[in-house]
Design a protein around this ligand. Structure first.
Ligand code: SAM
Ligand code: SF4
Length: 325
């Protein structure tokens, strides 16, 4: 529980700060200074933290990065976490570039759910945003994982940027209507490397919803507790589409998540300015009970809300890639 009465049930684990893409809203073109190998939590350390969290009732674990699939032997980590008692939902967020290579191994290791990030369905515009000409490879990855019916739902996430995503709204709506993939738009947040975010660059979920609704009428699906997305179904029954609106409609009130960075820092909010060094605790010979107490103390101090868009908002020094989105 945090100090505001919220029960924390969801842990996002970043397994690497490295990435094979350079998305404009996340990383600079030249990359960032990467963490050294010994700074990054080992698989056994990640498993231990997840075990301690799961024993406290955290049942949802999502693996992310950086790009999780660039971490060597990643399916082995997934397999280790899939057997941790109390972990009920183990999922992955990936840019999809290596999914074609890894799909079978991931499924074999116990993957049940995956989110693939795709910001444009047009090759040149995908290249412009990710700085990699990789849309065909990513779509092959999506097809590869979709061949496994045990991995569902498969979600496709697009960051919503003003001046860019307006043109993507209808193609993504068609995509959601003609495939089994659930499409979700995520508002651009001030976690970019260039600190170039401004409120007017955010294309709100409501604006995209209106563009889609004008062509394909939408009906709202009741919101599930702790869900970050507003989900709508197409009125003619052909699939659904979602909007994650952290900027225009913050959902901090029932936020149930915390994050572990690749270097073992516990972050209680995407926009936290302070962190708790769990790696130091793990490597100092602490018992599980001691690790648990450090986690409980940090979680108790979880921020009430973020202050994005308010006067005096301070962007955290870490980019999204170094936090784990
Ligand atoms: N590399 C993987 C991927 O792209 O899916 C996992 C890590 S990435 C940081 C996780 C998610 O954060 C992606 O869907 C990405 O689009 C999103 N993201 C990155 N920077 C963002 C920003 N400034 N605002 C909103 N979403 C962002
Ligand atoms: Fe890499 Fe994901 Fe960030 Fe793009 S959003 S640069 S794929 S970590």
């Amino acid at each position: 529980m945090d100090g505001h009465g919220r029960r924390i049930g969801d842990l996002r684990v970043s397994v690497t700060d490295r990435c094979n893409f350079r998305c404009q809203y996340c990383m600079p073109a030249d990359g960032l200074p990467w963490l050294d190998r010994e700074e990054i939590l080992r698989f056994e350390e990640i498993e231990r933290v997840v075990r301690v969290f799961a024993a406290m009732g955290v049942a949802d674990v999502r693996l992310t990065g950086g790009e999780p699939l660039v971490r060597r032997d990643f399916p082995r980590l997934l397999g280790m976490l899939a057997t941790v008692p109390g972990v009920e939902d183990l999922s992955l967020t990936t840019n999809g570039y290596l999914l074609e290579r890894d799909a079978e191994a991931l499924v074999g290791a116990g993957l049940k759910r995956v989110n693939v990030s795709i910001d444009s369905l047009q090759r040149d515009r995908f290249f412009q945003l990710t700085r990699r000409d990789s849309l065909p490879q990513v779509l092959r990855g999506l097809e590869a994982i979709a061949r496994f019916p045990q991995v569902r739902p498969i979600k496709v996430n697009a960051v919503a940027l003003r001046g860019f995503t307006e043109e993507e709204a209808l193609p993504f709506a068609e995509f959601a209507r003609s495939t089994s993939f659930q499409v979700r738009f995520i508002e651009f947040m001030p976690l970019d490397a260039d600190h170039a975010w401004s409120r007017d660059q955010v294309l709100s979920g409501e604006e995209i919803r209106a563009i889609v609704h004008a062509v394909h009428p939408l009906e709202e699906v009741p919101r599930e507790p702790h869900s970050t997305a507003r989900v709508y179904r197409f009125a003619d029954g052909r699939g659904e589409i979602g909007f994650v609106n952290p900027v225009s409609e913050p959902f901090c009130g029932d936020c149930n998540r915390v994050r572990l960075t690749a270097d073992g820092r516990l972050r209680t909010c995407l926009f936290s300015l302070g962190e708790t060094d769990l790696r130091e605790v793990l490597r100092s010979g602490a018992s599980d009970a001691e690790v648990e107490q450090v986690i409980r103390d940090a979680v108790w101090r979880k921020e009430l809300k973020h202050h994005v868009g308010e006067a005096g908002f301070q962007q955290p020094p870490r980019t999204m890639s170094a936090i784990g989105g």
